[in-house]
Design a protein around this ligand. Structure first.
Ligand SMILES: Cc1ncc(COP(=O)(O)O)c(C=O)c1O
Length: 361
């Protein structure tokens, strides 16, 4: 993998002291392109003010929003001298795929605890990909059981193991998206895109929306980040996907960054805007408006999946219809690298038996 200097990161350029203390490794193809949405002729909605941030192209190996997070997360794993990583996600977790892939590259043993979600083609493919990247997959059934096992393992705290919250959404992962906002600021300065009025992104485990919201504020952008909730708001009494949970991750990330570089200005943390009405029947359950958005986006050459991006695109289309004069940036978080060669190589018999059963392979 080519070496890149950390001073190539827009966040570190702005606050050079961070480069001395915040661990980072180069994994992603940055900056990701930003471009006008290629409006299909069939579109009933005016989309001339819609732009798209192509994080799907964040890596030739496997793109999407996880690679930015992993640049900071895996740097921390390496810095702490850990050789194993434990994380969790739904059976079709994109985070699991990206983490397994880059862990394999760095010789880190990756274990993923898995919970149920509706089985779609993307879900089946992701299970195969995680297997392909030699992740140790352990199916736990419900989200509750999975989280319980994860926190028990964290409590027992094996010294060689780094525990990573679902979606790669810990403080380190969040910094990846603070940097992403500074990257966008540079693209606005270069006149590649007008400053968006709204930036839309999916919200699952929170770091994308938290990092972008904090980053936009620190970078002096007026853009309002709007997160589209696709995961359950609470797990029992614990808030997992709420504006409060996003705010709390944003606040701890800000506090940490300010401790590392005192030149980071004092700011009032921005309000979190969370769209709640696209959750539908549940996490991973396709939504009708999402399926319509998927068809329209496919005509524009953009592939969506049902769990995150289809629901967000549905929210984007509604916003474009209601406020056609506003500039809207859709942050595209799903991988577009072609994985078909790898998928064809995976022997389904190599999946743990209970996973084979779930995936109806
Ligand atoms: C494709 C995709 N988009 C968006 C998200 C949500 O991002 P976050 O977990 O940072 O809220 C995820 C993962 O959770 C994802 O896999």
């Amino acid at each position: 993998m080519p070496e890149l200097q950390s001073n190539s990161l827009p966040l570190f350029q702005k606050f050079p002291a961070l480069a001395q203390s915040v661990p980072w490794i180069h994994l992603a193809n940055l900056p990701t392109p930003v471009q006008p949405f290629n409006t299909p002729e069939t579109s009933a909605t005016p989309l001339s003010n819609l732009w798209i941030k192509r994080d799907d192209k964040s890596s030739d190996l496997y793109g999407g929003n996880k690679v930015r997070k992993l640049e900071f997360v895996l740097a921390e794993v390496i810095q702490q001298g850990k050789t194993k990583l434990l994380t969790f996600g739904a059976i079709g977790t994109n985070h699991g795929v990206a983490t397994a892939l880059f862990c394999q590259k760095y010789g880190i043993k990756c274990k993923v605890l898995l919970f149920d979600q509706p089985v779609t083609k993307t879900v089946q493919d992701n299970l195969k990909l995680m297997q392909c990247f030699e992740a140790n997959l352990e199916y736990k059934g419900s989200l509750f059981r999975t989280v319980l096992h994860f926190y028990l393992a964290r409590l027992l705290g094996k010294s060689d193991t780094y525990t990573l919250f679902a979606g790669g959404s810990n403080l380190a992962g969040c910094i990846g998206f603070v940097n992403a906002a500074f990257e966008l600021k540079q693209q606005i300065k270069q006149k590649l895109i007008p400053e968006p009025d709204f930036i839309y992104c999916p919200v699952g485990s929170n770091a994308t929306a938290a990092g972008l919201s904090l980053g936009c504020k620190l970078a002096g952008l007026k853009s309002r980040v709007v997160g589209v909730r696709v995961a359950p708001a609470y797990l029992g009494i614990f808030p997992v996907c709420t504006s409060g949970a996003i705010h709390s991750l944003m606040a701890s990330t800000y506090k940490y960054l300010k401790q590392q570089d005192s030149s980071i200005p004092a700011i009032k943390l921005p309000k979190i805007n969370l769209e709640e009405q696209y959750f539908g029947a549940g996490y991973g359950h396709p939504l009708e408006e999402g399926t319509e958005a998927t068809e329209l986006f496919a005509q524009a050459g953009i592939t969506l999946e049902p769990t995150y991006t289809a629901k967000t695109a549905a929210a984007v289309l509604k916003q474009c219809a209601e406020q056609p004069d506003k500039n809207i940036l859709y942050w595209h978080t799903y991988n577009s690298a072609d994985m078909s060669k790898l998928l064809s190589r995976v022997d389904v018999k190599s999946l743990p038996v209970n996973l084979r059963h779930i995936a109806k392979l």
